[in-house]
Design a protein around this ligand. Structure first.
Ligand SMILES: [Zn+2]
Length: 568
């Protein structure tokens, strides 16, 4: 391919509104252009990478026994009403009407459509298990589209759906898909972690996210060297610093104008681990009290899924006063009536705790579980924090990293098959609901994540398997006859082995061509110049962090070197 014939509009500067390094570099390298907020065009270079990633995923899905299909992007409202997601999805769902005023949505995922298809086509256990997948554009009306194609309103996703007769079969297949995702991440050249995750709007009992490690990642992940991993919504830990003491008598103390845990802790000279924070929440509009140890924070997502709520928000001052009969900052569980009380596992362990007295400027000391207060439910509802111990090996301290979620796999169970009536007849002729799994991976997002993880000051550094071209040949002066001959020979030798090669044939200064080559990030660069050819050498260089990684080779040796790397 000749550079001069391709649409690769590189830019020296990134536009002002590009807010993350991958977006800046994708635009500067001429891979994408922004049409409107959260909407991008993929230009030839961007599409080439997208197709390479797509092929890696396709191979892994086919290896896992998947069959590729295409589902529509536009779905009728009816299906979405049946699963309840028309309402649950809220404003992220793009909704529209056709000319007959019938309502539709643009697919954010396709569980409804695929389950509907399977319910009509699968009748017997003999047709199961089955896995179908598609590459399809997905739509989400993001409240604030940002980070280029990382959080856009339209993006390419691979979604796969598996159908089983029983849980054990799903478990086995889930493991297979986990391995397929593991392979995809490795083949894309990622440093990554797989982590347990909350299932969110998709639902289901168990799910796992694949996280690419990057400082710019939106999610915090928690992991341990023993193999434990979870996202911040799900992470668990062993409670640190539990000190049991002999129970003392409860005592009221005046704390004028001091209400926050930190301030009261300083005022009393007691550590935060001695405190029970009492937070009043509105759980689907009904007030509840949530207790947590002073040095921890409530994980609202854990709380929401524990109680099966649609919404959980901190209560306003008025509600707090009506529930606790005191202003904000003095709530406590002792004597709290007519309200559901949920406590984190850390709370009953505190002996001689300090907590609000449900009275202005007052706290209680030496408060103890069961003796002085009771709760309706004790569960893990806290955010893990630095210093906490891993729940799996129960030995090492948990580690924290930032990550970019690129894949999410779910055991769905019967959530969709029940509501959409997807059943099969077993060997005894009995009707059962089909058991499902679903498996998503963000194809466009993989591009951005790769760049976030692999770039330097000069531009992108593509891993070998996903680079838009495997090699760029830069003739210093393509008009020079011998230079052109050698360039074309190398091109032929490599192309004939199925490699994707770009020749920068532009009539530009060498410096500018090198700058563009670094910006675009093709892994290997061969420079052909008149001077070198006097000694029958070309310059061979990897687009690495090491600026000195240059070799001077004969054109034939350079070809051999590339074929060795790509094993052709
Ligand atoms: Zn561990």
């Amino acid at each position: 391919m000749l550079f001069s014939k391709m649409l690769i509009p590189t830019l020296r500067e990134a536009p002002q509104d590009a807010d993350i390094i991958s977006a800046k570099l994708m635009i500067r390298a001429g891979m994408i252009r922004k049409v409107a907020s959260g909407l991008y065009e993929f230009l030839p270079l961007g599409l080439k990478v997208l197709k390479k990633v797509e092929n890696i995923i396709r191979e892994e899905m086919n290896n896992a026994g998947g069959q590729e299909i295409i589902l529509p992007l536009l779905f009728p409202k009816d299906l979405w009403l049946q699963t309840g997601r028309w309402n649950v999805y809220g404003k992220e769902l793009f909704r529209l009407k056709d000319r007959k005023e019938s309502e539709f949505c643009l697919a954010p995922t396709a569980e409804e459509a695929v389950t509907d298809l399977i319910s009509k086509e699968i009748k017997s256990y003999k047709q199961l298990p089955l896995m179908v997948y598609q590459f399809g554009t997905k739509f989400r009306d993001e409240i604030r589209p940002r980070f280029g194609v990382m959080r856009s309103r339209e993006f390419l996703m691979k979604d796969a759906y598996s159908f089983h007769t029983d849980e054990a079969d799903l478990d086995g297949y889930y493991k297979k898909m986990y391995d397929a995702y593991f392979n995809i991440c490795n083949r894309c050249g990622f440093k990554f972690r797989s982590v347990e995750a909350a299932s969110g709007a998709i639902g289901g009992d168990f799910s796992c996210e694949f996280m690419v490690l990057a400082e710019s990642g939106e999610e915090e992940i928690t992991w341990c060297n023993c193999g434990y991993g979870a996202n911040s919504e799900k992470a668990e830990s062993i409670i640190a610093n539990c000190i049991q003491e002999k129970l003392a008598d409860m005592q009221e103390i005046l704390t004028p104008n001091v209400s926050s845990v930190n301030d009261v802790s300083k005022f009393l000279g007691l550590s935060c681990e001695k405190f029970i924070k009492t937070m009043i929440y509105l759980a689907d509009n009904i007030p509840i009290a949530v207790l947590i140890r002073g040095d921890y924070d409530v994980n609202e997502i854990k709380l929401q899924s524990l109680l099966g709520l649609n919404e959980i928000v901190l209560a306003d001052e008025e509600t707090i006063i009506s529930v606790t009969k005191s202003p904000k900052g003095f709530a406590g569980p002792v004597g709290l009536k007519n309200i559901k009380i949920v406590a984190d596992l850390s709370v009953p362990e505190i002996s001689n705790a300090v907590t609000g007295a449900n009275k202005k400027d007052s706290h209680l000391k030496n408060v103890n579980y069961k003796r002085d207060y009771n709760v309706d439910l004790v569960a893990d509802i806290r955010k893990v924090k630095k210093g906490d111990i891993c729940p799996k090996c129960q030995k090492e301290e948990l580690q924290f990293s930032r990550g970019i979620e690129i894949g999410h796999i779910f055991k769905l169970g019967t959530k969709y098959s029940k509501s959409l009536n997807a059943k099969y007849l077993d060997a005894d002729g009995k009707e059962n609901s089909i058991i499902m799994g679903c498996y998503g991976i963000g194809v466009t997002r993989i591009l951005a994540a790769t760049i976030e993880q692999s770039h330097d000051d000069n531009g992108i550094i593509w891993p070998d398997n996903v680079a838009p071209f495997e090699v760029v040949i830069v003739p210093i002066n393509y008009a020079h006859q011998q230079t052109k001959e050698v360039t074309d020979k190398i091109y032929e030798a490599l192309s004939s082995k199925g490699l994707d090669i770009l020749i920068d044939d532009r009539d530009e200064r060498a410096g500018l061509k090198f700058k563009d080559a670094d910006l675009i990030g093709i892994p290997y660069r061969i420079v052909v110049g008149e001077k070198g050819l006097l000694n029958n050498t070309v310059e061979f260089k990897h687009r690495s962090y090491d600026k000195n990684a240059v070799k001077f080779l004969s054109p034939q040796e350079a070809v051999k070197e590339v074929l060795k790397i790509y094993k052709r």
